[in-house]
Design a protein around this ligand. Structure first.
Ligand code: BGC
Ligand code: MG
Length: 543
């Protein structure tokens, strides 16, 4: 397929309301210099691919100066590019080209914690207890006669205590890895610094920010105990994420930060936005992050936990749409990201998992709101489950045995030999190895092949952009058409688009919704109706 009309950026300041955003895990997307690591120049070279795929924006995971303990979510310099990924000049060239192709750029911002190599943390270590330098982080004395126990019972999301003791006897808080000390967001210098960092990237043209751990920056006064921990009950505190209250997450005061950020975003032209990675106890509490005086979006993560069933999908959709009604802003949809097992594998892996993942894509892309795609889902990539332990780099792996490396394997682009065109011609390096089965899943192997997952995504995205019923953010109408089936319609200008998903165990006749315009598996015609196979979905159109 050729791109007929590569338009420059639209001037629509509300572009994010119904955008399709493609998440680029920079380290694993495309390697331009043959060191086995994805980089900004690699992204730049692949922009035409993304344009042709039909996405509106890219979200780039952190590419800032970092010791890479947590894949770059440990930032040592918020205003520079890590040499592993290129230079600031590469970033500027990339964003210029992206904008020329009509693609917007969202960058990740990591405000909850810095790297332990950040000059502020180094200064805090050197300056000692009671110093002004320590005030920018959360240092505290320990409990017990000699302060030998952590200040409270908080646990790291990556497992183990959230406190590490330094040689002079004090402890510092890290909700993630010890190499990611939490900042003290009650400190004016911390606030001023991040406001400046926002401006730094806005000045370089970024269209938005994905805010990492957006619910975490403020901790309850007095740092009170949670009251249980893996040590005492075998239950990890992180099980409460999105389900209960924790003294280190979703504190009311965190909203002051976003109320200060919003005017900064609004002071730039062209609709600069921010999306929160936030976890809160209830939809009502999550909704508080969104609104005209705070952030534009919060990820709705419920799809990540939904099983392959019409009922579970319907619940997710209803909950998310209800949330969006609370705030009067469109919702977001996420089937996969760099922190979760890829959905092909979650839905059963192998052929079945792939069929279901393709169907889920049609479900998601027919819904109103903003859809986030994770690189490689358009190729139907599964989770790589058998990476050798010694190659795994996720810091959570050592602490919990759970690793997010399997969804971060470099993208296969072309060719017969691993890493399948990830690097320049002849390069054999990739920081994680791709399985041999990925030869058949590469972009080159799927492009132009009818029925391939890549062509399915391209077709669905094209229709999503052109079809009046899918334009805008209007609601959906559920159709009750039988158990195991999920069906809903969207209408506009006398046309109706109906998405039907079959999660049952037999093919189902679908009548009365008009002409099929895209399907995740081939449909057969039967006496004027259509047979929708198991584990598949299709869009029907009536005008
Ligand atoms: C990111 C993770 C990261 C963590 C700590 C999460 O929200 O998505 O990849 O490990 O924040 O920064
Ligand atoms: Mg490279």
């Amino acid at each position: 397929m050729t791109v007929s009309n590569p338009s420059p950026l639209t001037s629509d300041a509300d572009w994010w309301r119904s955008a399709v955003v493609y998440q680029v895990y920079v380290r694993s997307f495309a390697d331009s210099n043959g060191d086995g690591i994805g980089d900004l120049q690699g992204i730049r070279e692949r922009l035409p691919y993304l344009r042709e795929l039909g996405v509106d924006a890219l979200w780039l995971t952190p590419f800032y100066t970092s010791p890479m303990v947590d894949g770059g979510y440990d930032v040592a310099d918020y205003r520079d590019v890590d040499p592993m990924f290129g230079t600031l000049g590469d970033f500027e060239a990339m964003i210029t080209d992206a904008h020329a192709l009509g693609l917007r750029i969202i960058v990740d911002i990591v405000p909850n914690h810095t790297s332990d190599r950040h000059p502020w943390f180094q200064a805090a270590l050197a300056a000692g207890p009671g110093s002004a330098e320590r005030e920018r982080y959360l240092f505290a004395d320990g409990k017990g006669e000699h302060g030998e126990q952590p200040p409270n019972d908080w646990e790291s999301i990556f497992g183990g205590p959230a406190w590490t003791r330094v040689p002079d006897g004090q402890w510092y808080l890290h909700l993630f890895d010890p190499a990611q000390p939490d900042l003290n967001w009650r400190h004016p210098q911390v606030r001023a610094e991040f406001e400046d960092v926002l401006r730094f990237w806005l000045d370089r043209g970024v269209d938005g920010f994905r805010i990492d751990v957006a619910h975490g920056m403020i901790k309850a006064e007095g740092l009170p105990d949670v009251g249980f921990s893996s040590m005492t009950t075998g239950r990890r505190q992180s099980e409460l994420l999105g389900k209960g209250r924790l003294p280190y997450f979703d504190q009311d005061e965190v909203h002051d930060i976003y109320r200060a950020w919003r005017p900064i975003l609004d002071s730039y032209p062209g609709g600069r936005m921010a999306v929160a990675e936030a976890w809160a106890e209830t939809p009502q509490r999550l909704a508080r992050y969104i609104g005209p005086d705070e952030l534009h979006q919060a990820f709705s993560f419920d799809f990540l936990d939904a099983t392959w069933s019409a009922d579970s999908f319907r619940k997710v959709v209803d909950t998310a749409l209800a949330e969006s009604t609370i705030v009067g802003a469109p919702t977001t949809w996420v089937l996969s990201n760099h922190d979760r097992q890829r959905h092909v594998t979650r839905y059963g892996d192998g052929d079945v998992g792939l069929r279901r993942a393709r169907a889920a894509a049609l479900l998601m892309l027919a819904l109103p709101g903003c859809a986030y795609l994770y690189q490689g889902e358009e190729l139907g990539l599964p989770e790589v489950l058998d990476l050798p332990d010694e190659l795994r780099q996720d810091p959570a792996f050592l602490r919990t045995g759970e690793s997010r490396d399997g969804c971060r394997v470099p993208i296969p682009w072309s060719g017969d030999l691993a890493p399948y065109g990830f690097g320049p011609a002849g390069s054999e390096l990739s920081w994680l190895p791709a399985p041999t089965t990925w030869r058949a899943l590469s972009v080159a192997a799927q492009a132009g092949v009818p029925g391939s997952t890549l062509e399915l995504y391209r077709a669905a995205l094209r229709i999503r952009h052109q079809h009046p019923a899918l334009a805008g953010t209007g609601g959906i109408t559920w159709q009750e058409i039988g158990p195991g089936l999920l069906a809903f319609s969207r209408h506009a200008d006398g046309s109706t688009l109906t998405c039907v998903v079959n999660t049952g165990d037999s093919a189902v006749r679908v009548d009365g919704h008009g002409t099929p315009i895209v399907a995740s598996e081939a449909l057969t015609e039967q006496d004027g109706g259509h047979l929708l196979p198991v584990d598949s979905a299709a869009w029907f159109e009536r005008r």
